[in-house]
Design a protein around this ligand. Structure first.
Ligand code: NDP
Length: 242
């Protein structure tokens, strides 16, 4: 029987590419989303992948959503924590709401999604958790104090949880994408992209969502069983974390 994989924010952008790649690799995939029904429906119609709406920043919503996924597909063996948002602004202008929303989705969301699934993984003696962090969690980014803090927190969570999961054959890893061509990045004005972002990327282009999806498929596989607590940077050479 093929394994069940849940991808948060799995209906758009990088998450959609991850859902599609996992399905192609033989997983039974469930894709979560927050509220963009139109994109979720189009994704479902195109891929046949079931979609489930809930907000990862709510623990109770995660408990209920995960129960629904498991009732339909079976126990979740692969969890990809991909859902993420930006609420950018310079720190001196950042509101508590901007801070709380980003921490709630991008950091607390990982706790909320992983915690209800963790005991099942422990009981079954197998699990793969892949957390989508960011280059900006590694190096920091002006205008993104909230986002950089959350994404750096994701890396700490990954390393600590990996130690707890190891004896139960659960791996926990993170991927730090650089700039990837999704709506999140396309929202940046083209002039800024061409003049200030792409020149910083040694390979001379944005990454493609599928390039991150292939990293996830590898980390979810049996072949990656000895890799845990790691951070995989996929950023076109823009930043080398030590
Ligand atoms: P998109 O904005 O294209 O898609 C985000 C997805 O996450 C959507 O499916 C969205 O659902 C979902 N989502 C957002 N908030 C919530 C929530 N509270 N609960 C449930 N689902 C939610 O993002 P990207 O594909 O660009 O980014 C995916 C991940 O990769 C994020 O964690 C991001 O921080 C990270 N990343 C992205 C980079 C990039 O260059 N694009 C670079 C580095 C990291 P809905 O469609 O309903 O809104």
């Amino acid at each position: 029987m093929s394994r069940v994989a849940l991808v948060s924010g799995g209906t758009r952008g990088i998450g959609a590419a991850i859902s599609i790649a996992l399905k192609a690799a033989g997983y039974r995939v469930a894709a979560n989303f927050a509220g963009n029904e139109e994109k979720a429906k189009a994704f479902h119609d195109e891929t046949g992948i079931p979609v489930f709406k809930w907000d990862v920043s709510s623990y109770q919503a995660c408990v209920e959503g995960i129960a629904k996924v498991e009732a339909e597909l079976g126990p979740i063996e692969v969890l990809v924590n991909n859902a993420g948002i930006t609420r950018d602004g310079m720190f001196h202008k950042m509101t508590p709401e901007q801070w709380n929303e980003v921490i709630g989705t991008n950091l607390t969301g990982l706790f909320n999604m992983t915690h209800p699934i963790w005991n099942g993984m422990r009981d079954r003696g197998f699990g793969r958790v892949v957390n989508i962090s960011s280059i900006n969690g590694q190096k920091g980014q002006m205008g993104q104090v909230n986002y950089s803090a959350a994404k750096a927190g994701d890396l700490g969570l990954t390393k600590a949880l990996a130690q707890e999961g190891a004896a139960k054959n659960i791996t926990v890893n993170a991927i730090c994408p650089g700039y990837i061509a999704t709506e999140m990045v396309r929202a940046v004005p083209e002039k800024v992209l061409n003049e200030r972002i792409i020149p910083l990327i040694p390979v001379g282009r944005l990454g493609e969502p599928e390039e991150i999806a292939r990293c996830v498929v590898f980390l979810a596989s049996d072949d990656a069983g000895f890799i845990t607590g790691s951070t995989l940077s996929a950023n076109g050479g823009q930043f080398f974390a030590s």
